[in-house]
Design a protein around this ligand. Structure first.
Ligand code: AMP
Ligand code: MG
Length: 474
């Protein structure tokens, strides 16, 4: 036990001090034979944890078999609009251990995913399979290295048990680290329970964690809504500019922190097609690549509705203020998107024609079925209808061509978590070979620089690969 105490755990569990309706205290269900399969040393150090100690002794903790000192395990309650329909949910297979305070005073949720049934499990088994947990680990760490706000992955433990999906699969528990796990759906839940003080307590908690600068006694809820909206506008712009498709943007999968959360059927575009969906359950393309900004806007309107009850000044005035905030989304998203688009084109200044130039590049990529990431990483090599206009535009930039090239290198990754590489790594890992997983992870950690080591990870799928599909049986 002394090794645990010295591992650097420092919990302060503010969520556990909220009104009891927001969660249920419940412990993880132990697994048979925990074995650490992946452990994130750099993240452990950032959290103030002793990576060496935890690599040796952490399997029992990251499986949920032992509690780290100071943990107060609980499952969070939340609701959500799933494919447009309101449902009561909650952590059906996740347990929040608590909030780790880092040596520099930051606060992070430490959550186990796949840790057994909870009061919110409905018909689910509370468990997760090894492949999807390693997938979340790879993709979330890849997103982080790309500079996209995201929950992160500290560890994956193989449980020694099998989980039954279409067939029996090796089970696993993922340790997820996030600024918080407060979702749009958490507010929907608090509003649906119909209790003003509950909603007010959740709002104050979320503001303390994510928007401590909101102090005015006036309309805190509207200020919070605007802050969440701004973070989501920035986040979705980043997704769009990296070719990321979340796949299941239900309101319960949208975090008010502005981090990407709940990696399920997500995937990155290979060829550029705005209508791309990867998820086998998204039959109508609700969460297609090009629909993501509109869906985020829709989800934020659900957050606004949830907050109405705690907005001061009467129902009509509150509704008008909420509507005014929500109406700013397209403009805010557009601004973030255009800033990022300019960087991808190597531009540091703004001209009115820039958006059209970027759109022309995308249209050409769509027409020619070009690979999204590889094309941006090699823009000067393409002679295309937009090339002359782009070169002329670059010539009007201050600074040298070398500066522009450096800007483009910082905005256009050469490595992303490509579906065929991720699948290959997971197949090998399920068969007991972690080599491909570790090599891919190393490549994903430095995505902006072409090196001999990452050469195998830079190209799209081999010709003849059918359309990629992701499955929700995660
Ligand atoms: P998702 O859309 O995948 O984020 O999950 C939607 C809801 O289903 C959440 O409340 C999850 O906790 C729950 N859930 C997903 N898989 C399971 C499972 N195997 N057992 C219990 N609950 C689950
Ligand atoms: Mg979810």
């Amino acid at each position: 036990m002394s090794s645990l105490a010295s591992a650097g755990w420092h919990f302060d569990n503010s969520y556990a001090r909220l009104p009891a309706a927001l969660f249920t205290r419940t412990a993880p269900v132990p697994v048979s034979a925990p074995r650490l399969v992946a452990f994130n040393d750099p993240l452990a150090r950032e959290l103030g944890l002793d990576a060496t100690v935890l690599r040796d002794t952490g399997a029992a903790i990251f499986a949920g078999n032992e509690m780290p000192p100071g943990a107060e395990p609980l499952a969070q309650a939340y609701a959500g609009h799933q494919f447009g329909h309101f449902t009561n949910l909650g952590d059906g297979r996740a347990i929040l251990l608590g909030e780790q305070i880092t040596p520099d005073g930051r606060r992070f949720d430490i959550q186990l995913k796949g840790s057994g049934r909870t009061p919110y499990s409905r018909n689910g088994d509370g468990r997760a399979a090894l492949g999807p947990m390693l997938r979340e680990y790879l993709v979330s760490e890849g997103m982080h290295a790309l500079g996209i706000p995201t929950s992160r992955s500290l560890a994956v433990v193989a449980s020694g048990d099998s989980v039954l999906r279409e067939r029996p699969l090796p089970g696993a528990v993922l340790t997820r680290v996030a600024a918080s796990h407060i979702r749009v759906g958490t507010f929907e839940y608090a509003a649906a329970v119909g209790d003003g003080p509950l909603l007010a307590a959740l709002l104050d908690h979320a503001i303390a964690r994510h928007d401590p600068e909101i102090t005015e006694p006036g309309d805190k809820a509207a200020a919070f809504l605007a802050a969440v909206l701004e973070r989501q506008a920035a986040l979705i712009a980043k997704w769009m500019l990296m070719g990321f498709v979340h796949g299941v943007m239900n309101t319960d999968n949208m975090a008010v922190s502005g981090e990407t959360i709940d990696y399920g059927p997500c995937a990155f575009l290979d060829i550029f097609d705005p209508a791309t969906t990867f998820s086998s359950i998204d039959r109508n393309g609700r969460y297609a690549y090009s629909s993501q900004p509109a869906i985020a806007h829709w989800n934020l309107a659900r957050l606004a509705e949830s907050l109405l009850a705690v907005m001061p000044g009467g129902e009509t005035a509150a509704l008008e203020r909420a509507k005014a905030v929500i109406a700013t989304f397209p403009e805010r998203f557009g601004r973030h998107y255009l800033t990022g688009a300019r960087a991808k084109l190597g531009l540091s200044t703004a001209e009115p024609g820039d958006a059209a130039l970027f759109a022309a590049v995308l249209q050409w990529m769509h027409d020619t079925r070009a690979d999204f990431t590889a094309t941006f990483a090699s823009l000067p090599n393409h002679s295309a209808p937009w090339s002359a206009a782009w070169q002329a535009r670059l010539a009007r930039e201050p600074g040298s061509a070398t500066d522009a090239a450096a800007r483009m290198r910082r905005a256009n990754p050469v490595v992303i978590p490509r579906n065929h590489h991720v699948e290959e790594a997971l197949t090998a890992a399920e068969a007991g070979d972690l080599g491909p997983f570790e090599r891919l992870l190393a490549a994903l950690r430095a995505p902006y620089e072409a090196t001999p080591d990452n050469e195998p990870y830079r190209s799209g799928p081999p010709a003849g690969c059918g359309p990629y599909r992701t499955f929700c049986g995660t």
